[in-house]
Design a protein around this ligand. Sequence first.
Ligand SMILES: [Zn+2]
Length: 201
Amino acid sequence: MSNFYFCLERLKEAFYTLPSVTPKYAAKLASDFIKLPPESRKKLLEELREAEGSIRVCSVCGNYSSEEICDICSDKERNAAIICVVEEVMDVSSVEEAGFNGKYHILGGRIDPLNKILPENLNIDGLFKRLEGGAVEEVILATNLNRKGIATARYIYNEIARRFANVKISHPAHGLSEGSEIIYVNAHTLKEALDGRRSFE
Ligand SMILES: [Zn+2]
């Protein structure tokens, strides 16, 4: 195999590491990249390098940030007594659009034993550490309303109920249908669901 084809294969493999990219799409991306004018290729690489240098994970909530603590966690104007727990970083934007003004905790996924994702593989302990501080009055479990999301919420609910009896636990089920994924729910519906949140049972 010539050096170029070896390089092409590695490029495909590199694109394939992105979770939403299929092998076929990875090949297309590799081909697009090669066809770009040298200047554009260079620019793209510079952007990637720049982004890589500024991606950090907030040590409090697990959100992406360019600082040790993200803007939301360090914002004194927000209500620190309410934490909204979501599965993924992208869910934060949906809840923000719905006008939520508390704090967040991002799990980084959902419990999925068949794919070897157990509670200890998610940012769940970090949530309990925050509750140990005693300043949090309510936790909203805004995981997706599908089987894995509900099981994840159930696990967290059980642990909080057992360890932090004073913390109220709610979920934005009102108006959301079964199977709803937070990222796809429109801001108005999500706002109503958050306003009309019920206690998790
Ligand atoms: Zn944060």
